[in-house]
Design a protein around this ligand. Structure first.
Ligand code: ASP
Length: 378
């Protein structure tokens, strides 16, 4: 794999956050906060010695706006990272914030290009000691995938925190401001070092590997089904970590050259499953197939036969599960050794896909080597 390439030519606004009065008034209205309660612009400027947090904004509901507060309809990614930071009172007392806009998209449109831009910017900021921590604002739909991707490619032990919200800025009770405040707290705290990429939403700190979205619309949507949150945060009591820093045995992978990961498809298993989705994936050039299997990563005889044939052609086959919790185990109902399959362990299909892409990009294609990488953190 190649070394990290130079930073991409994205338009960056790399300046200390300036709090403009009209912007604050507008943004505070957006959060449903009376402007009179806010700190006066220019007052309480960041004191020397505060941690430097680089905010990388990508869009999502946290930056979304609706025409009316009462409506459920809104557009993602309308507010910039800079506006977001300016709209939450007290952030400037927690950290010195620099905001840069990486993209302005709903995370259903998240893509390799944005992932590579994020990874390169974060690595650059760490390598040049430009920041003590990173905060990424992101939509919630694919937040877990971005977190996991970055967890696998960013080197260093400084905190990287990803945050989103389920309700847009204009909602009657927007969850964005609280989530942002707590996320900055975590990113600025030295105890957050050595914990990999973390997500902070709804008072919980969860690891990139474990977190998953479990509810379509509720603010209580993220959970870590196999091991629970690694910590809790609140505006009154601060941060409580439940695990030791540095406990994870995670490996990091080199970011491939260019801006694209190899094609890996997820095939969803169900009753009356046939081989068509697998054959389709192969005919569209998939280098790998992740099975979102039933139960312990199972699927029908027809689908299994097609997967076995795919593995014989050198296509990587990883068995994951559509079940929300538990581990996929080798050689139970499926003969993984004979078929040349890999099991995803605890990784859900969308994260197993990311790891498979990174491994293929790095030239790791032997099933035994792939399996080692999937099992490495246990
Ligand atoms: N579709 C939105 C997104 O992922 C949902 C959200 O942010 O909550 O960008």
């Amino acid at each position: 794999m190649t070394k990290h390439a130079a930073r991409p030519a994205i338009r960056r606004r790399n300046r200390t956050l300036m709090v403009a009065a009209p912007l604050v008034a507008l943004a505070l209205w957006s959060w449903g906060i009376d402007a009179a309660q806010a700190a006066e612009p220019g007052k309480d400027a960041p004191a020397a010695g505060l941690p430097r947090i680089l905010v990388l904004a990508t869009g999502g509901t946290i930056a979304g706006q609706a025409d009316a507060r009462a409506t459920g309809a809104y557009k993602s990614g309308q507010i910039t990272g800079e506006q977001l930071m300016a709209s939450v009172p007290g952030l400037d007392k927690l950290a010195k914030l620099n905001a840069e806009q990486i993209s302005s998209i709903g995370s259903q449109d998240m893509n390799d290009k944005v992932w590579f831009a994020l990874a390169r910017r974060i690595q650059d900021a760490f390598d040049k000691n430009e920041a003590d921590g990173i905060l990424i604002t992101h939509g919630t739909d694919t937040l877990e995938e971005t977190a996991f991707f970055l967890d696998n490619v960013v080197r260093g032990d400084k905190p990287v925190v990803i945050v989103g919200s389920m309700r847009p800025a204009t909602a009657v009770s927007a969850d964005g401001p609280g989530n942002l405040y707590e996320a900055v707290q975590v990113a600025a705290d030295p105890r957050s070092r050595g914990r990999g990429v973390m997500a902070v939403l709804n008072d919980k700190i969860q690891s990139a590997r474990s977190i998953t979205k479990t509810n379509t619309t509720s603010i209580e949507t993220f959970s870590s089904p196999n091991d629970g949150p690694i910590g809790y945060v609140d505006t009154a009591g601060g941060i409580r970590f439940m695990t030791q820093a540095g406990g994870s045995k995670r490996a990091t992978y080199q970011l491939p050259a260019g801006e694209q990961l190899p094609r890996v498809e997820i095939v969803y298993s169900h009753a009356n499953m046939d081989a068509v989705p697998i054959e389709d994936a192969i005919s569209h050039g998939a280098k790998g197939i992740v099975l979102a299997g039933v139960g312990d990563g199972n699927t029908s005889k027809q689908a299994l036969d097609a997967l076995e044939a795919a593995a014989k052609k050198g296509i990587i086959v990883v068995r994951s599960t559509r079940v929300r919790s538990g581990f996929v185990t080798r050689n139970v109902e499926v003969d993984d050794d004979k078929n040349g399959f890999v099991v995803s362990e605890d990784l859900n299909p969308q994260k197993a896909r990311v790891l498979t892409q990174l491994l293929i990009a790095g030239g790791v294609t032997a099933p035994a080597e792939l399996q080692k990488a999937f099992t490495a953190t246990w």
